[in-house]
Design a protein around this ligand. Structure first.
Ligand code: NAD
Ligand code: DAU
Length: 337
């Protein structure tokens, strides 16, 4: 099996590549990644020596490059995206370009090589904010921020290639991932590394927004299951059933690091902050998938990873990140009050 993983130097993509190389000893994996601020070759350092692994720096919107990389593949798994909601609120051009035009670039090529299976990695955010109940794969798409709107656009485009040309397209929509190698702008690594640096943790709004936490390795196992056993044209929700208000997760992180609650800063809310995401993941369970361990154990393993790998995240939090942090947090109402 030859698999192209686009966006494979990011958080989930790099964990997925590691899983493929370890668990499928006769598969060859090619990674294509633009190496944006969130893409990090160090995420793949331990895999570089494998003769079954190849890395290319490039953009999924680059048709001539993709024309070289896609045809020899049996499958393409597309993780490439701009992924941070807060950043999409201050400029969404790159979000749309990668999620919509990049997806189209690849599907136009696959149209000429229809034996290739294409997996679009999407998100529970496309279902919008749910006050009650949970989204099934048939629920309406109601994205409420530029990031999730860009992801919904990519999903609809991918499905249109199934309908129009019969391509072997599948979509996964997972909830919030956490674990090793997550860029420290996302809440979990931001809070853990802030506390390791002796800094406070900025909690948006009333801290009662709810997310369903999924360990990244569980998501990667689910994606591999979909790649191998998913039905063509189908969408698969991937949630672990760990729905929790942000304040609860924050207190668990503080506890894991033996830090007092006085480290919490209640700061001005994110504009249009989705209150709650929630998924029905029965289709995934029917394929035999389930999370491997309890949330608390996975959270503690995650905290331990960041504690043991300061070299990995300290460099990411220097340079341009310092300016991002100043603007995003230190100027935010509540941070210094
Ligand atoms: P990430 O930001 O860590 O990684 C994204 C990767 O895509 C980076 O390596 C970046 O360099 C690359 N990239 C961006 N634009 C590109 C382009 N035009 N061409 C090639 N590469 C490009 O993100 P992540 O958290 O690993 O998310 C991966 C995918 O999973 C995304 O599609 C995201 O929407 C989806 N997703 C993420 C979560 C989550 O909780 N992190 C949950 C559900 C879905
Ligand atoms: O639900 C899946 C989505 O999860 C993915 O599609 C996105 O790519 C990923 O970034 C993530 O989106 P969120 O907006 O849910 O993740 P984030 O880590 O930014 O925020 C999680 C929650 O924590 C959210 O309710 C906002 C809150 N938060 C976030 C940050 C960065 C804070 O309270 N303080 C913060 O500093």
């Amino acid at each position: 099996m030859n698999v192209l993983v686009t966006g494979g130097a990011g958080f989930i993509g790099s964990n997925f590549v590691r899983l493929l190389l370890h668990q499928r000893p006769d598969w060859r994996v090619t990674v294509l990644d633009k190496l944006t601020y969130a893409g990090n070759p160090a995420n793949l350092d331990d895999l570089k020596t494998s003769s079954r692994f190849t890395f290319y720096k490039g953009d999924i919107c680059d048709g001539s490059l993709m024309e070289k990389l896609i045809p020899p593949q049996d499958a393409v798994v597309n993780f490439a995206a701009e992924t941070h909601v807060d950043r999409s609120l201050t400029g969404a051009d790159d979000f749309l370009r990668t999620a919509v035009l990049g997806t189209n670039t690849m599907l136009e090529i696959i149209q000429r090589h229809p034996a290739i299976r294409y997996i679009q990695i999407s998100t529970d955010e496309v279902y919008g904010s749910l006050e009650e109940g949970s989204a099934t794969e048939a629920s309406p798409l109601v994205p409420r921020n530029p990031y999730s709107a860009s992801k919904a656009g990519g999903d609809l485009l991918a499905l249109s290639y199934k309908e129009s040309f019969g391509l072997d397209v599948l979509i996964t929509r997972s909830s919030n991932n956490f674990g090793p190698y997550q860029y420290p702008e996302k809440v979990m690594p931001l809070f853990i590394t802030n506390l390791l640096e002796g800094k406070p943790v900025p909690l948006y709004g009333d801290g009662l927004n709810i997310r369903d936490w999924l360990f990244v390795e569980d998501n990667c196992h689910a994606i591999l299951t979909v790649l191998e056993h998913g039905a063509s044209g189908h969408i698969y929700n991937i949630g672990a059933g760990n729905e929790m208000p942000n304040i609860t997760v924050t207190k668990m992180i503080l506890e894991a690091l033996n830090q007092p609650e006085s480290m919490i800063r209640m700061v001005e809310d994110r504009p249009g902050h989705d209150r709650r995401y929630s998924l029905v993941s029965d289709k995934m369970r029917l394929l035999g998938w389930k999370p491997e361990a309890a949330f608390r154990d996975q959270l503690e393993a995650t905290v331990a990873w960041y504690r043991e790998n300061p070299v990995w995240w300290e460099s990411l939090k220097s340079g341009a990140f310092k300016e991002y942090y100043r603007k995003m947090y230190e100027e935010r109402k509540g941070y210094y009050e």
